[in-house]
Design a protein around this ligand. Structure first.
Ligand code: NDP
Length: 436
């Protein structure tokens, strides 16, 4: 039976999620798109309803729109109670995660998001804030699905799939996120500029189960990459090995994209995968960046434009990174200009029946094909499609364990089938080139 979903946010990713829900009207009977700027919700509704596939199945998703500031918990709770959705999807920003989880608890509705909570005043993200809601969601008989985009999201589904079908133990995991697309601008970000720049200008880090023997505090520590590091205890299990930003660079030849430089970054799913993969000892995350992006970013950093603290300007306080966001191209407008492909996947090494196994599973997505289908570039597409699939899993009763969960905690098989059906097919390689 078709269900009701409330989608919060009306940016690039929300637009794709809405379009993909409307392609599955048998599951998504009614959709309320609610965001800070109602005009953007109306624009998504109008765009979706004019697509050739909209009425192709004979049934359509009934779409309505509303204005909401998701930080206003009482108003948001009232809106949820009025619409009575089966699921609330937060595809606004990570800053709103906790407010929306509070409103979901107050209204008695389950929750899904695509990025973990990050306080606006601190460029740092981790699961602890949302994991603190576990008992509340369990007691309320509700489900919260965290980080259901591509990375986080599909990377964790890939991990659960690898663990279930190919390994007794996974020892190392490298997540490789390659964007071979070109939008023709000297500098633009493919998703929310503020969140993107905060992520890539932060210190690099990767996760290890055990730390090297501790050295005296006045002695510099170097890791297996020959890079100066600091160890920090992870919240639940293992250690973060922290490096200077972009300190670890590797070159990799990506299927259907070619050779790219990639850099080690901190990423949220490393923390939950460290807790949930059996036998895991190290998890790294690499993302590709072009030279033009890095040169611009360095310059912006050097002049203080990426600062997240307020500064005085003509008698008023402004946050430089917020001002910078206003100047940069809106990621939702990059679709028509972006050409090329993304390739995102996971390389696992471990053992099965006592024998060593290597396994690489990845998706290749074409920017222009995404634009032709739903009017967006591939970064929003590769995030919005998994968000819709996660919602579908919940609404079909396949991912419904009560409590607060990350994507590797659910059965990966039905999600993997949906990736192939809904526009993100995956490929496997049992002899991948390893990342040194
Ligand atoms: P955009 O900046 O394009 O859109 C964000 C939307 O949220 C805007 O419509 C904005 O409203 C709305 N919003 C912001 N604050 C509020 C608020 N207080 N109340 C209601 N609505 C609000 O972002 P993207 O679409 O690029 O990204 C969406 C999310 O997806 C982000 O959390 C991002 O981190 C995540 N993401 C996850 C990825 C993954 O693989 N897991 C990859 C890429 C993104 P307004 O229009 O008024 O500005």
């Amino acid at each position: 039976m078709a269900k009701k979903v409330m989608l919060i946010g009306a940016g690039g990713v929300a637009g794709v999620a809405a379009a993909k829900m409307a392609q599955n009207p048998d599951v998504f009977g009614e959709l309320l798109i609610a965001s800070r700027t109602k005009a953007r919700c109306d624009a998504i509704k109008a765009d979706v309803e004019k697509r050739p596939w909209f009425a192709a199945k004979g049934v359509t998703t009934k779409i309505s729109t509303a204005q909401i500031d998701a930080m206003d918990v009482p108003r948001l709770t009232a809106l949820i109670k009025e619409f009575k959705p089966d699921l609330v999807m937060n595809i606004a920003l990570p800053y709103q995660d906790l407010a929306i989880m509070d409103a979901c608890l107050a209204a008695g509705v389950s929750y899904l998001d695509t990025a973990n909570y990050e306080p606006p005043e601190e460029a740092h993200f981790e699961y602890s804030w949302q994991w603190a809601y576990r008992e509340m969601f369990e007691k309320a008989g509700l489900t919260a699905i965290l980080g259901c985009g591509f990375d986080p999201g599909v990377t964790q589904v890939f991990s659960a799939y690898a663990q279930k079908h190919y390994f007794d133990e996974i020892h190392t995991l490298d997540i490789l996120d390659c964007n071979g697309g070109d939008h023709g601008y000297p500098f633009a970000t493919n998703f929310n500029p503020e969140i993107n720049i905060r992520e890539v200008s932060a210190k690099g880090s990767y996760w290890v189960a055990n730390r090297e023997p501790e050295l005296p505090p006045d002695v510099d520590e170097f890791d297996e990459h020959g890079v100066k590091v600091e160890y920090k205890k992870a919240f639940d299990k293992g250690w973060w090995v922290e490096t200077a930003p972009m300190a670890i660079k590797r070159e990799y030849v990506f299927d259907e994209v070619g050779k790219k430089d990639m850099y080690l970054l901190h990423h949220e799913e490393l923390e939950s995968l460290g807790c949930n993969l059996k036998g895991i000892s190290r998890i790294r995350f690499f993302m590709t960046f072009g030279q033009s992006y890095l040169t611009h970013l360095k310059c912006l950093e050097n002049v203080g434009m990426t600062r997240i603290d307020p500064v005085d300007f003509k008698g008023q306080k402004i946050v430089p990174i917020e001002f910078l966001k206003a100047l940069l191209p809106d990621p939702a407008t990059l679709g028509p200009r972006t050409k090329g492909k993304t390739n995102i996947g996971c390389i696992f090494e471990g053992v099965k029946d006592g024998k060593p196994v290597s396994y690489y599973v990845y998706n290749v997505c074409d920017h222009q094909e995404c634009y032709a289908e739903v009017g967006s570039q591939a970064i929003s597409y590769t995030t919005g499609v998994p968000a819709m699939i996660g919602a579908k899993m919940f609404l079909e009763g396949k991912w419904t364990e009560n409590g607060v969960h990350t994507c590797e905690e659910f059965n990966p098989d039905p999600f993997m089938e949906e990736l192939n059906r809904q526009g993100l097919p995956w490929k496997e390689n049992f002899n991948p080139v390893k990342v040194p």
